[in-house]
Design a binder for this molecule. Sequence first.
Ligand code: GDP
Ligand code: CA
Length: 322
Amino acid sequence: MVVVLAGGVGAARFLRGLTAAVDPAAITVVVNVGDDVELHGLRICPDLDSITYWLTDLVHPEQQWGRADERFTVRDELERLGHEPWFTLGDRDLALHLHRTALLREGVPLSTVTADVAARHGLALRLLPASDDRVETRIHTTDGRDLGFQRWWVGERAAPDVADVEYRGAATAQPAPGVVEAIERADAIVIAPSNPVVSIAPITAVPGIAAALRSTAAPIVGISPIIHGRVVRGMAHRLLPAVGTAVDAAAVGLAYGARRDGGLLDGWVLDTADADGLERLHAAGLAATATATLMDDPELARRLARTSLELVGVDPAAAGRG
Ligand code: GDP
Ligand code: CA
């Protein structure tokens, strides 16, 4: 079994490749919930939904998030009612938020709701929210404000400078049912090429997840979300400096750290454009390799998934068997 720690779009693009390299039935994805936001009384889970829409080909192909063939009737009517439309909610997308929120209101945990939604979409892999408890990524800006992640990123286009990032609720959150067991039983754990600060850190900030990652016998390999000093998309370049990490592929791997030094990683994959960073990674005790990592092409994403597993000595075919 392969366990993937995942954010939204970067992870989804990788998972499209992994599901072609490994039997999807043997993949468990532990998904960030720190980006979740409550709007109009609805619980929105952007990372869970991005992965669902990507793996079912429902995603808007150019935008890379939300639904293709979307309509905005509800948003337009809300605007007429005086609501500032700072966060895009399409009609099709809204149906999922209505469904999820109704179940949550009945007391159904998010992990059960997520399994229900995945099954209704015919997803062959298992999606787990990192926690059923609320973990909320808060952005503290240098001008003294405390903003929800989506307010800062979508509402303010990531313009305010970031002083630090808080994972509110993480310290007391429990891992969702199945998360620790999956990490313990995995043949390999993959840290997707996701935003380290607002996609991966809110997952590993849950103490039970951090402990399971420390003690698992499975090797842990990550893929750099930074290529040649730049983000492929998103705002990691606005956040990494705030946590003291350079916007650099090797630097991100070194920030996750080698397990022998109390870090997360056994191996780190970066782009061929960043091959000059390999020496630093090897010196830190990490297995590391440089390969093509821009996943615009699904076949390339499949090869990247294979290479990542093989770097830490895992045969994709064997990992897919159980
Ligand atoms: P989000 O939650 O939708 O922002 O998605 P993630 O956190 O999963 O992914 C965002 C990160 O993925 C950004 O830092 C991107 O640079 C990175 N990313 C997106 N596409 C690719 C790609 O094709 N290759 C690599 N290496 N990174 C990517
Ligand atoms: Ca996200």
